[in-house]
Design a protein around this ligand. Structure first.
Ligand code: FMN
Length: 118
């Protein structure tokens, strides 16, 4: 059966309300899901994203359009997992010196994008 993961960070409760709505909908459809609330005590490394077919990620926006660090850290974490596990056939044709794998290059690029959010 298709299994979903609902991930969210909520400071004031609005994003949690939306996450709860998604939970209600999935429950009414008889779907399996887990919920991961991001924050100081979150142990997101213990939740294996590969166990899920669908991942919902919810985040508020603060400080003139910024995404909270808890969410950015999670995005970075799952991007790393996705790149390592799903894009492992990327290859880079290059000389021997100063080589980086294409995965490393892609990760660097994605981290730059995530950092721009800060
Ligand atoms: C102090 C503060 C700053 C905010 N800054 C932004 C912002 O820069 N851009 C934006 O679109 N929304 C901003 N918002 C709106 C929040 O993103 C919105 O209220 C969101 O639903 C809060 O989610 P939460 O209750 O789950 O924390 C801000 C809200 C607060 C209270």
């Amino acid at each position: 059966m298709i299994k979903s993961l609902i991930v969210y960070y909520s400071l004031g409760g609005n994003t949690e309300v939306v996450a709860n709505k998604i939970e209600e909908k999935l429950t009414s459809l008889g779907k399996e899901f887990d919920v991961l609330s991001l924050g100081k005590k979150s142990k997101f490394e213990s939740v294996d994203i590969e166990n899920y077919d669908i991942v919902f990620i919810g985040s508020p926006t603060y400080k003139e359009g910024k995404t909270p660090l808890y969410v950015l850290d999670y995005l970075r974490y799952i991007l790393n997992t996705i790149i390592l596990n799903y894009l492992n056939s990327l290859y880079l044709e290059q000389g021997i010196r100063n080589g980086h794998t294409l995965q490393e290059q892609l990760m660097k690029y994605l981290i730059t994008l995530v950092k721009k959010q800060r």
